[in-house]
Design a protein around this ligand. Structure first.
Ligand code: ADP
Ligand code: ZN
Ligand code: ZN
Length: 758
């Protein structure tokens, strides 16, 4: 007998909901629940959007729900409307947003039972900490491992314990009788504990803690007070120079919130996985006395699936009070979310570049508005979008104009004129100018660290033959391949194609083929000989390919085992290096003349960020930017640390040129077997658009090939549409979608709203 029908969202490109029947015998599903349903020949996980007593689908076409995930509390109406908003705004189906937002493990019904089972664990008591492992026989390896694991984390999951020792349970039971450990069973979804007072580790860190909380500067105090006083939707733009102590402002504002609202949750976003450990450590120390260990969780793609699912669920049931994550965390389910923080809000990493192309920063602001709570966007170089909001008074600006640590001042920024160096016949070494090398040597003598930034990995971006003009290119892409010396390979950075380095020119046989230009590997090599005795470390995507290796390398820097750190933007962001007093910037000029109107904004932010790594702890900091254009306005603003002047000049240029944030844009990209196919598709798309009434207020540009037109033998082109009215653009895109679906001739296409790279 049928009890009713559910409309289910599935991860499928069509925006429709799918109807299923559920039998009377089963527990009745409610909206927000996860269900397993047959789809084609497979079973998939879906999200119940509506429950109904009837269905328009013919009875013989209807199928039954296979299972309902009753143990998982349903996603809230609020979360469903967040997903629905993101879907509508970014022109996707609800299921395409909602299901990928869930942790992978939860989308696999065979794992539901284990994930949602109660957690059983043993917690180490002070008596056990004193007694173990000395009380164990020296040869009892497995027992010692068990004791060690307990000592390290303070508590051990039953499953983990069993994995360490086959007889873990009887052993732990013995230890329990001895008063060394206690047994805990936490029902899934049970309320959060406050920090347990019998936990010695908490008390210990509590004492350390009080000593470590710094006295706020006047500017920090004012910022914290404004945030704490806010009620309802209140967007703040925290504009604080590098090292001004923005993190401290977040910590204080969150502490005040958690004190005022005992079950409130907060979401803190950081742009990069590599920054989460630094933040997590700061948050754990600060809240050790007030929050239980499991009340702070991280969410990012670097977590193992099981852990990510557990953290996600902890947030979903309200046990996690502070969720610290990268952009994907913005879609976490947080039923009692009361404050959001987006650190380094300008960072392009907040934009997802595939699938649902959302901006986590923008969704964070939307969520704050939906929930009527404060949101803090922090940056030394706010995005021009956010800066413009503040200029118009829509965001409240909070300013930290000085560095927080006593005696720490912003570094002196010096432009090194490469042309002038050359004219005067001054020595330079493999792209490193004389003044930079001398400054690094001085740092080495004083035991301080230097950082060399250049945004290009590999050894050299081009390998070419002087005799015939041959250049090593990728057979699948319209791009040169990059020479990687340690790996002895030519590598395409667009598709991953790889080959060995040829001994001679494949075209003319000349053996004098030479690398042109410089990447991080080549600079690493040059530094080793230019600054003898220096310990040089390179951090880029190549040197950190293995999981956890980035963390290890950054620890070496913090530990002082490195004299010169060379790397790409990975080293530029957010890190609080204590002994770096010199920053060298190489090859920044390339970005000055880009076709992308956002290139200067990005370059300025990047250079301010990387400059901000110098002199953070009170050592006088210095930045040297090597350039051929020392008179360029961007460098001038940089040398004066003048973000405000730069931003306002950029905004007035953008206004005159009718560019964002003064217009709203969307980009249709097409990928075809030939460029002609891609362009033809876009041409038809443009024609279709002209027929849409709302498109009267939308302008359409000509379809153009992408700069790197061919990747993996696929040809790519794009069509830009824009409007001064966001509503008109949205209405047009909504009407355009179904038309686009009827067009043929390309392999793929996608629509991106508010694109960053044009
Ligand atoms: P930002 O994120 O603004 O670049 P951080 O939050 O990393 O800066 O803070 C920079 C340094 O200043 C950190 O080492 C931090 O511990 C320290 N700090 C922050 N606030 C204060 C303060 N009020 N007094 C002393 N040191 C502080
Ligand atoms: Zn040749
Ligand atoms: Zn390629």
């Amino acid at each position: 007998m049928t009890a009713g029908f559910v409309r289910v969202a599935l991860d499928h490109p069509l925006s429709a909901l799918y109807d299923y029947r559920y039998p009377a015998s089963a527990p009745a599903p409610t909206p927000g629940m996860l269900v397993r349903v047959p789809f084609g020949r497979r079973d998939v996980v879906g999200l119940v959007r509506e429950v109904s007593t009837n269905s328009d689908v013919a009875a013989d076409k209807l199928r039954d729900v296979s299972a309902v995930c009753a143990a998982c509390p349903p996603l809230s109406q609020q979360w469903l409307s967040l997903a629905a908003f993101a879907a509508a705004y970014y022109q996707r189906g609800l299921g395409e947003v909602a299901l990928p937002a869930l942790p992978q493990a939860l989308r696999d019904p065979s794992r539901w039972e284990r994930l949602l089972a109660p957690e059983e664990r043993y917690r180490l008591l002070p008596a056990g900490r004193a007694a173990l492992p000395e009380a164990l026989p020296a040869r009892a390896q497995a027992l010692r491992r068990l004791a060690q694991a307990l000592a390290e984390t303070g508590a051990l999951d039953l499953a983990d314990a069993k994995a360490l020792h086959p007889k873990a349970v009887p052993t732990l039971e013995n230890w329990r009788e001895a008063g060394w450990v206690e047994y805990e069973r936490v029902e899934f979804g049970s309320a959060p504990g406050a920090a347990t007072s019998n936990d010695e580790s908490n008390n210990a860190s509590n004492n350390v803690d009080v000593a470590q909380v710094p006295t706020l500067s006047d500017e920090q105090t004012a910022a914290v007070e404004s945030i704490v006083a806010a009620r309802g939707f209140a967007p703040f733009l925290l504009h604080g120079v590098t090292g001004s102590g923005k993190t401290e402002v977040y910590l204080r504002a969150l502490a005040a919130l958690l004190e005022r609202e005992p079950d409130a949750q907060a979401l803190v976003l950081v742009p990069e996985i590599n920054l989460t450990p630094q933040f997590e450590a700061a948050f754990r120390t600060r809240f050790a006395a007030t929050l239980a260990d499991d009340a702070i969780v991280t969410l990012h793609s670097g977590l193992a699936e099981g852990e990510r699912a557990r953290n996600w669920l902890a947030a979903h049931v309200g046990r996690a009070r502070i969720v610290l994550g990268t952009r994907l965390a913005v879609l976490a389910s947080l039923p009692r979310l009361a404050m959001l923080v987006v650190d380094e809000e300008h960072d392009p990493a907040y934009k997802q570049q595939e699938g649902l192309r959302y901006s986590a920063r923008d969704l964070a602001v939307w969520r704050a508005k939906q929930l009527d709570v404060p949101v803090v966007l922090g940056s030394a170089t706010p995005s021009l979008e956010s800066w413009w909001q503040a200029e118009q008074g829509r965001y409240t600006r909070l300013t930290l104009s000085r560095r927080a640590v006593a005696d720490a001042v912003l570094p002196a920024i010096r432009l090194i004129d490469l042309e002038d160096e050359r004219r005067r016949g001054r020595a330079s070494f493999e792209g490193l100018s004389g003044p930079l090398v001398a400054a690094m040597k001085a740092r080495l003598e004083r035991g301080e660290q230097s950082l060399v930034f250049l945004n290009r990995r590999g050894y050299a971006p081009v390998l070419s033959c002087d005799a015939c003009g041959w250049v090593a290119g990728c057979p699948r892409c319209s791009a040169y391949v990059v020479l990687h010396k340690p790996e002895r390979a030519l590598r395409c950075h667009h598709c991953g194609w790889e080959s060995r380095i040829p001994r001679s020119c494949p075209d003319c046989g000349n053996v004098d083929i030479a690398p042109m230009g410089r990447g991080t590997q080549r600079i690493e090599e040059a530094l080793t000989s230019a600054v003898p005795g220096a310990r040089v470390l390179r951090i880029d995507a190549d040197s950190t390919r293995r999981k956890g290796s980035a963390q290890a390398l950054f620890s070496d820097v913090h530990a002082g085992d490195v004299d010169i750190l060379v790397g790409t933007q990975m080293i530029a962001k957010g890190h609080d290096f204590q002994r770096v007093s010199l920053v060298g910037v190489l090859n920044a000029d390339n970005a000055l003349f880009s076709h992308d109107f956002r290139a200067s904004e990005r370059l300025f932010a990047q250079l301010m960020q990387v400059s901000g790594r110098a002199g953070r702890s009170g050592l006088p900091g210095e930045v040297m930017v090597q350039t051929r254009y020392p008179r360029h306005a961007l460098y001038h603003a940089l040398a004066r640390h003048d973000y405000v002047g730069f931003a306002n000049a950029q905004l007035s240029e953008r206004r005159d040129a009718h560019l964002p944030p003064f217009v709203y844009q969307a980009l249709l990209r097409a990928e075809g077997r030939t460029l002609e196919a891609a362009l033809a598709f876009l041409g038809e798309a443009a024609q279709a658009l002209a027929a849409i009434p709302a498109a009267e207020r939308v302008s359409v540009y000509d379809a153009v090939p992408l700069t790197i037109v061919k990747v993996m033998n696929v040809h790519r082109a794009q069509l830009l549409v824009e409007s001064q009215s966001r509503a008109a653009l949205q209405a047009t895109l909504r009407a355009w979608q179904p038309m686009l679906r009827t067009l043929r001739g390309v392999l793929r296409w996608n629509l991106e709203v508010d694109p960053l790279d044009i």
